[in-house]
Design a protein. Structure first.
Length: 229
């Protein structure tokens, strides 16, 4: 199927407010269909708000946005099928086991059990969590929950990964594993990530956009990032 757009994300004059506070002010951002792209900025810059709009979790108050060519408001189901989101809070059900969580989300994506088992086994092997998948999420450590949540986001092989501080809560070995996974997939999908570790971000990313107080401050090749937030 021919893609609807040559861009994974196209935001034009995107605006979002929380009461009187403007979180995003006429933001224009475009990301290509592949590669790893950093969204940098201090706390309160608007990074998480931007990702939540793309992920269909928030509605903008102005401007337009397309995700993989779809409108996240009018075509939220199609957008959800295309994206995988890892946020600051996991999207797991604590009373279920890790596998039961994956089974639930696989059902939402219309995945067959054979595909669920294949993908979950492969990802559990990569992230070294096979021995914990059949334990209730509520007994897992913060780091183990994060690993299960990452697998949940990757399970349906999304074309766009939205990662909000994805390495927070991970130990060094798992961080390295996740970075390697992203690097291996950079030519077959798009990744948009936020991180306060700017050295890691510039080393991992192909391009960047910096937000300050809800506006675009700068953008370009990650290798040219000047460190100004």
């Amino acid at each position: 199927m021919k893609p609807l757009s040559s861009h994974s994300v196209e935001a034009s004059s995107l605006t979002r407010r929380y009461g009187y506070r403007v979180a995003l002010k006429k933001v224009n951002i475009t990301f290509p269909m592949e590669g790893i792209h950093g969204l940098f900025g201090a706390n309160g810059a608007g990074k998480t708000t931007f990702l939540r709009i793309i992920a269909t979790l928030l509605r903008p108050h102005g401007g337009t946005v397309k995700v993989m060519g779809y409108d996240p408001i009018e075509e939220s189901i199609k957008v959800s099928e295309q994206i995988g989101l890892v946020g600051d809070k996991n999207l797991l059900y604590n009373e279920l086991t890790g596998y039961e969580n994956l089974e639930f989300y696989a059902g939402l994506y219309g995945m067959k059990k054979s595909q669920l088992d294949k993908n979950s086994n492969e990802l559990a092997e990569i992230f070294d969590i096979k021995n914990w998948l059949h334990e209730p999420v509520k007994i897992l450590s913060t780091g183990l929950r994060k690993r299960v949540d990452i697998i949940r986001a990757l399970l349906h092989e999304p074309k766009l990964l939205l990662l909000d501080e994805p390495f927070s809560g991970l130990d060094r070995d798992t961080t390295d594993v996740f970075k390697q996974y992203l690097e291996e997939k950079r030519n077959s999908r798009a990744v948009v990530l936020t991180t306060h570790n700017l050295q890691m971000g510039t080393e991992l990313c192909d391009s960047y956009v910096t937000l300050r107080r809800g506006e675009v401050l700068s953008s370009g090749a990650a290798s040219e990032f000047d460190g100004i937030l």
